[in-house]
Every structure is written in structure tokens, then in C-alpha cells.
Design a protein around this ligand. Structure first.
Ligand SMILES: Cc1ncc(C[n+]2csc(CCOP(=O)(O)OP(=O)(O)O)c2C)c(N)n1
Ligand SMILES: [Mg+2]
Length: 370
């Protein structure tokens, strides 16, 4: 499966074929690639996506660790250890891990508030994430901010600005810097389906296309923006169709399959590194928990649909099943990997709970330029 060189893969799709897309049904064994005015369905050959054992274990660890870190944080919130609120990316693990795992150490990740897996895949240690959530001195913001409003400079992960949409121009700026420096690096950023309705998003996409920046933008379409479903958010059948309007290739993929995400994102990053310009990838998943820990999801969500996605498109379970079906790992190896991830997350949580709170006298340190 080669995502970018798809020309001979299938007949071009007629525009009317895209109306009434059903993300659960229509992305089960293929994805959509759009270049210029042509869109094509690319069949997914799962055998061709089979990772070697070392890669398989690494991806498994990251997916499982993401789930375990968020579950540990959730229980810590309920025990009163997290001030304010918390957002989790349950359902989004494959999109976060599969994309950020493609970045090189020296490249920048510009994540959003549901990309715990991207932080972990880029190397942000669970202890640092936990200390941040608990407002402790060892957190990157030393108690000044909360939840995934966090970056991690040693691993080139930018700090999040709360206002939805504002990080896309920043990602474009980082990519512009890479282009000016001719350092061969690409930049990866994530944005939500709701975030694509902001002016900042459009400005950044246009700028990135005009300047041919090495930027890969992943839209994590988790089918809700707080309570707003896609039908009340945008009128095009897929957000990937915006890509040709900006002048870049677009992809619509199943974002719950870590190997599909990894394949398409790595192709787009390679193209960007070679000077081919930006790409837009709509990665579809389902937000499997409420908007935040306070949200009463069942009050407004289509619970039948949610249960279907939970049963058939849970990224962690799906990858477990793939690994067994394609005989990459044994069920025992998978169970051991889950146990390791859980132990790592819980050890990080326990250690972070022992970390002192910041010294109040240092609250202004680093805030103003000397
Ligand atoms: C400009 C702006 N408006 C509102 C908010 C409050 N808010 C935070 S997350 C969110 C939902 C965003 O939805 P989406 O972009 O789909 O991302 P998701 O939360 O679904 O991952 C909202 C409304 C905000 N942070 N910034
Ligand atoms: Mg959303």
C-alpha cells in the first residue's frame, strides 16, 4: 500500500458517491485520497501493513500506555488530585500514536488537547504529564496551567494555547522556519473537527499551501465538538475535500487503525520533507468518553452509535486483534505488554503525587523577560 502514489489504484470517485458517507462502513477496508480534482478509494491490504515485531511491540506499548495514563489520570481526578478539569482522548489513541510515531526526534509536534498518545509517542515521559496534571513543581509549566495545556521542550512538543484553532498558524510558523532553514524537517499538528471552523485554521492552511510548507495537518474528527455533531459543524461530506481548495492533497482515513494512520501520515511527512508541501489528513474516530470529566455525554450523544464504535473501532482492542490474527504477537505477549504499560502509568502517577507543589514565591519566574 503506497498512499501518495495512488494514481493507478482505482477509478476516480464521482462527487455524488461521497454524499451520505458513513465513516463506520465506508472506511472499513479502504481510504480516500484526493489530489487536484480527483478523488480515489485506495484499498487497504492489511498484510502489507504488518509491522516487524519490534515496531509492533513499540506501537502496542504506546497505545496501551496512552489508555493507561488517561485512566490513571481519570481516577486521580476522581480522587481530587487534579485541579480544574481534564480532557481525555479515549478512542483517539491510534490517530495520536500512529501519527506522532512517524516524527523524527529533531522534528516538532504541535498537538491539541486530546493527543496524549502523540505526547507519549514523541517521548514526553508519563511522570512529567502526571506532574503537570497535578499542578506539581516537576510539571513543565510548574503548576501554572492544567490538563493537556502542556508542551515538552526537550522532545520538541509545543505548549498548547487554549483557544481552538490558534495552534495551526503556530504549526505553520514552525514549518516555515524549517523551510527557511532548509533543515529537511517536517512538522505534524492535530486539530479537531470543531477546530476546522475557525478563521485561524483557514488562514494557516492557505499560508501553508501558498508557501509549500513541510506541514502535515491531521484533523482528528471524533464526531463531536463538545456537543456539536459533524452535521451541525460543516456541510461538506468530508473535511478532506477542503484540501484541493487550499491546493494540497487530502486524505480521509479510519483513525482507529494505528497501522493505516502510520502509513498515510509517514507518506505525507516524507513528501513534506522532500519539499512537496503540506497535506491534510482527516482521521476519523469516535470520542469514546465525554468532552471533559464533567460532561454528561449520555444527555446528548447517540449512544447506539457510540456503542457500535466502542465494540468495533476501539483502537486498542483493534490492534490487539490485528496482532493476533496476523500472528505478529501471541496473546501472552499482548497481555504482558498491557501489564507493563499499566505498571508504568501507575508508577508515574504514584511518583508524581509525591512531587512537591511549586514554591509560590517563584510564580512570576520565566513569565516576564528580564
Ligand atoms: C475559540 C474557542 N472556543 C471554545 C473553546 C472551548 N472548547 C474547548 S475544546 C472544545 C471542543 C472542540 O471540538 P473539536 O475541535 O472537535 O475537538 P475535540 O474536543 O472534539 O477533540 C471547545 C468548544 C475553546 N477552547 N476555544
Ligand atoms: Mg471533535
Amino acid at each position: 500500500m503506497r498512499a501518495i502514489s495512488y494514481a493507478a489504484a482505482s477509478e476516480p470517485v464521482r462527487p455524488e458517491e461521497l454524499t451520505g458517507l458513513d465513516f463506520h462502513r465506508d472506511l472499513a477496508d479502504r481510504y480516500l485520497a484526493i489530489e487536484g480534482l480527483e478523488a480515489r478509494w485506495i484499498p487497504i491490504h492489511r498484510e502489507g501493513l504488518r509491522p516487524d515485531k519490534e515496531t509492533a511491540l513499540r506501537l502496542h506499548h504506546l497505545l496501551s500506555l496512552t489508555r493507561a495514563v488517561e485512566e490513571s489520570l481519570d481516577s486521580a481526578f476522581r480522587a481530587g488530585h487534579i485541579p480544574g478539569t481534564a480532557f481525555f482522548g479515549r478512542g483517539n489513541e491510534a490517530s495520536s500514536v500512529g501519527s506522532a510515531a512517524c516524527l523524527r526526534d529533531e522534528e516538532w509536534l504541535v498537538p491539541m488537547h486530546r493527543n496524549c498518545g502523540a505526547h507519549l509517542a514523541k517521548g514526553h515521559p508519563p511522570y512529567s504529564i502526571m506532574a503537570h496534571f497535578f499542578g506539581r513543581a516537576d510539571g513543565p509549566s510548574q503548576g501554572r496551567d492544567g490538563n493537556f495545556h502542556v508542551g515538552y521542550r526537550p522532545k520538541r512538543i509545543t505548549q498548547l494555547i487554549s483557544h481552538i484553532g490558534t495552534m495551526v498558524p503556530i504549526a505553520a510558523g514552525v514549518a516555515w522556519s524549517a523551510k527557511v532553514r532548509r533543515n529537511g524537517q517536517a512538522v505534524l499538528t492535530h486539530i479537531g473537527d470543531g477546530g476546522t471552523s475557525t478563521g485561524d485554521f483557514h488562514e494557516a492552511m492557505n499560508f501553508a499551501a501558498v508557501q509549500k510548507l513541510p506541514l502535515v495537518v491531521v484533523i482528528d474528527n471524533n464526531q463531536y465538538a463538545y456537543k456539536t455533531p459533524p452535521s451541525d459543524q460543516y456541510a461538506c461530506p468530508t473535511l478532506a475535500l477542503r484540501a484541493p481548495g487550499y491546493g494540497m492533497p487530502g486524505f480521509l482515513i479510519d483513525g482507529t487503525d494505528v497501522l493505516v494512520v502510520r502509513e498515510v501520515v509517514s507518506q505525507a511527512l516524507d513528501r513534506a520533507r522532500r519539499g512537496g508541501g503540506p497535506a491534510l489528513i482527516e482521521s476519523v474516530s469516535m470520542r469514546l468518553s465525554g468532552h471533559s470529566v464533567y460532561d454528561r455525554y449520555a444527555d446528548y450523544a447517540d449512544m447506539e452509535k457510540l456503542k457500535l464504535w466502542e465494540r468495533e473501532r476501539d483502537p486498542v482492542k483493534r490492534y490487539d486483534q490485528f496482532l493476533v490474527e496476523y500472528e505478529v504477537l501471541t496473546p501472552e505477549e499482548i497481555a504482558a505488554s498491557h501489564a507493563r504499560a499499566r505498571a508504568e502509568a501507575e508508577a508515574a502517577r504514584d511518583q508524581a503525587l509525591k512531587c512537591p507543589f511549586p514554591d509560590p514565591g517563584k510564580v512570576a519566574d520565566g513569565v516576564f523577560a528580564e
